[in-house]
Design a protein around this ligand. Structure first.
Ligand SMILES: Cc1cc2nc3c(=O)[nH]c(=O)nc-3n(C[C@H](O)[C@H](O)[C@H](O)COP(=O)(O)OP(=O)(O)OC[C@H]3O[C@@H](n4cnc5c(N)ncnc54)[C@H](O)[C@@H]3O)c2cc1C
Length: 478
């Protein structure tokens, strides 16, 4: 998508539509003018667009009214949560015919049921706020990602977000019990059940999970909750290679039962990038080893997690899989270790435009894939830097490329992505492990989409949304 700079792109038709929306919905709901721009740029700041208006409903009924008003004016709708998505799914691309519907004012926890380990919550709540509220009730909601201070639960559902705890608790899909969704004609899909088992035919809520706002606006969510992990042990281990990291992961799965909650892989450049992202970050060891693993074990009740971590790391050193390491002895130290992982994203963003990928391959082929793809990219761009890291336990790697700033940055990003995808195709991998398709990956997705799948996707989209009101330019071209 081309960057569209500033307002004015919406033109007279857009301005007339904004006025009509305000007349119908009121000033409290409709944002017009320059304030719209803040909702129309992506998290990295690579793209700045515009929209007719931003609608900020407070209730499900108001969302229905917003949808009906947009439909009556022939406008398309872009649902938006925290706008932290990395594939431009929530960023408008037709400023004169699109409205953003932001869920940011729908943040209520409707019920929190400790006896049934479940909660019903509005889709606009910020993930971290929800996790805190659940923690106050002595329970745990395991979805955890670097953007959790800004992303919203509806956005997490719409993208089927992953994050660092997937290897233990699954992706967002596995954490959901039910959904409430305003459909493209303004009607309401009422599916907020808290039942664990419900096999009454096709599970319709699955359609909306990962749909990236193309089928409706998720207004509320019922989710599973878990016992709070009262004990958490975190270790940063230096390893000899990605192969060793994967061997270590396999051993941890066998030896630590199902108590491993995170296993993240980082290259040595993570330390430097994290420092650039968070300048006062204290680094616990020198970046002199080929690779690092951030590992977390957690549990509650009668299990001794610290002892399990101590015995596992001892085993890792004996086997020669770990060559150095630190184990956090306080929550503050554990937080500091996690800041390295989170800070490296910010460090990359500070370096400017770069290639970000979100690839998955079978775990058994990951090391081979990363070596082959990095070598192919560096053969063409020797001055570029490859930063491969991620949720290795899930076979998910972010093979990012920081271009050589002495060359044409855009051209390097474009070509490096082509190379990574060509290698990936030989490994039967996915171009989107967890971020979705949005607008950014549409062409690459469609290029690899078998005819039958495409026909099914089209049939579903046009059946639910015949007028193509919802996030039209997202996922596939219609
Ligand atoms: C620093 C950082 C770290 C990240 N780490 C991870 C990670 O580890 N794992 C991961 O999976 N992702 C990660 N992401 C990506 C992003 O945070 C997730 O995709 C997140 O789920 C998006 O939520 P959001 O509320 O910001 O959604 P938005 O960006 O607002 O929207 C994303 C998509 O969902 C749609 N949408 C939003 N809300 C609704 C709704 N209520 N109803 C219908 N459609 C809706 C939008 O139209 C858009 O297509 C990261 C992002 C950043 C910036």
């Amino acid at each position: 998508m081309d960057a569209v700079n500033g307002q004015g792109n919406k033109g007279e038709t857009g301005e007339a539509a904004a006025q009509a929306l305000e007349a119908r919905l009121g000033q409290d709901i409709v944002v017009r003018g320059p304030d719209v721009l803040a909702y129309c740029r992506d998290w990295h700041g690579d793209v700045q667009s515009d929209a007719v208006a931003v609608l900020r409903p407070r209730t499900t009924a108001e969302v229905q009214e917003c949808v009906r008003a947009a439909v009556d004016l022939g406008l398309q709708i872009i649902p938006q949560g925290g706008n932290t998505g990395l594939v431009l799914g929530g960023v408008p691309d037709a400023p004169d015919r699109q409205v953003v519907v932001s869920l940011e004012r729908m943040t209520a926890v409707r019920s929190l049921d400790a006896a049934n380990f479940s909660a019903v919550v509005e889709a606009g709540i910020v993930l971290e706020e929800f996790k805190d509220k659940v923690a106050q009730a002595g329970l745990y909601f395991p979805l955890a990602l670097g953007a959790q201070g800004s992303c919203r639960l509806g956005g997490n559902v719409a993208t089927n977000a992953g994050g660092v705890n997937v290897l233990r608790y699954g992706m967002t899909r596995e954490l959901l019990l039910g959904l409430e969704v305003v459909l493209p004609d303004g009607s309401l899909f009422e599916g907020l059940t808290c039942l664990r088992k419900d096999n009454r035919g096709i599970d319709l809520k699955q359609l909306f999970i990962g749909s990236e706002g193309t089928l409706g606006i998720i207004t509320a969510v019922s989710v599973k909750l878990f016992p709070a992990p009262e004990q958490v042990a975190t270790a940063l281990l230096a390893v000899g290679s990605l192969e060793d990291a994967i061997a270590l992961y396999r051993q941890a799965r066998r030896l630590c039962c199902d108590l491993m909650s995170a296993f993240e892989f980082m290259p040595p450049s993570a330390f430097q990038l994290a420092k650039e992202g968070i300048p006062d970050l204290a680094l616990p060891m020198a970046a002199e080893h080929p690779a690092y693993v951030l590992m977390e074990l957690s549990g509650s009740g009668l299990v001794d997690i610290d002892d399990l971590m101590a015995r596992f790391t001892e085993h890792a050193f004996e086997e020669g899989l770990a060559v150095d390491g630190v184990m956090a002895s306080s929550q503050a130290q554990a937080r500091n270790l996690w800041l390295i992982r989170e800070g490296m994203n910010e460090g990359q963003a500070k370096r400017g435009k770069h290639l970000r990928t979100d690839i998955s391959v079978p775990l058994s082929r990951m090391a081979e894939f990363v070596a082959e793809a990095e070598a192919a990219i560096l053969a063409e761009f020797p001055g570029a830097t490859c930063v491969s890291y991620g949720h290795v336990g899930d076979g998910n790697v972010h093979l990012n490329v920081l271009p050589d700033t002495r060359g044409d940055v855009e051209a390097q990003i474009y070509r490096a992505k082509q190379i990574a995808n060509e290698v990936l195709d030989r490994y039967d991998g996915s171009i989107s492990a967890e971020h979705g398709i949005g607008r950014l990956k549409k062409a690459d997705f469609e290029q690899r989409l078998p005819d039958v799948q495409r026909a099914l996707l089209e049939a579903i989209r046009t059946a639910v949304d015949p007028a193509l009101t919802m996030n039209r330019g997202c996922q596939i071209e219609l």
